[in-house]
Design a binder for this molecule. Sequence first.
Ligand SMILES: O=C(O)CCC(=O)C(=O)O
Ligand SMILES: [Fe+2]
Length: 349
Amino acid sequence: MEIPVIDMEKFGLREGSDNLIKLSECLDQAFTKTGCARLINHGITTQQIQNVYAGSSLFFNLPDELKNRCRFVGEDSTVGYIGLGTERYGEKQDLHEGYLIRTAEDLPGKDLPGKDLVPGWRMATESLHTSLKILSSVILDALSLAIGKERDYLASLHRSEGDKKSFKVLRMAHYPPTNPDAAQTSIRFDEHCDFNTFTLLLQDNMGGLQVRWQRSMQAHTSIRIDEHCDFCTFTFLIQDNMGGLQGRDKDGNWFDLTPEPDSIILMAAQFIQFYSNEKYKALRHRVIIPEEEAKCRHSRYSIIYFVTADGHIPAWPTTATHLPQPPPNVHDHLMSVLVNSVNPTPPAS
Ligand SMILES: O=C(O)CCC(=O)C(=O)O
Ligand SMILES: [Fe+2]
């Protein structure tokens, strides 16, 4: 699968809405075709990114006891440290830990737990966060046009400043070294789609991120016979020469999203799926344990920015006929999804 590359420099975005229309067309094509894009020349510097990785590496190598003191509890539980094995997205054990932050303006009057444990890390994350916010606001505007709305339509659903319940968070992720045998029972991050609007993802050069697009993206709006398995014992099938019959391989066609230095992966998530009236599909993705022994015995780091609508906004439009009505709000919807993926029993070490 070819991931569309979008060169953000081409759009000279402060110059006017003409370029925004061009960007919206590129995003529309990318999301329709693959549910994702690789953004280059996005204005975020190598130094900004490296500063965050450097802090992540120091933080995640601290003793568990210190990291565990950085958990947020109560209504702010969407920021702070999330320990190894706290989340689980499938049958296998997920092998990742994370630290989630919001910017100071999104979290007025609050300090992040453990913000001083790693000198300079808070400043580095704040700088990257601010740049990602700027990038995401351009993308929100372009996506508004792409779904046939006014330029500020999505921005008006994503204000979030001072919204205590906002899930607009930046996550620093760490995948600890493991061994190739662990892949039998564990995975670095199991298959899921994100439940926010879209995600901006940076990864180091360790690899392992994979995506697969939802079948209906390839099938457009109609299909001769939709996906199914037969319920008999086995089937003999003879077909003419017109083609069209497809099977899925055991793995369901996963594609590697190979690391490219400094590029940012943009992934469609559930909110844009619902608000585009299913034109775009939330991209399914996972992080596998690499087969190369050297890579799997090495830490992997990534940085993920979840662009999320404000907590009180309906999780899907009230006009969506295929979804339960009335919709829950974004906050309650995300809480219910997160509750299902949080596994309170950490793996035995
Ligand atoms: O670390 C990655 O590359 C993927 C992480 C991810 O999918 C997530 O945090 O939702
Ligand atoms: Fe994800």
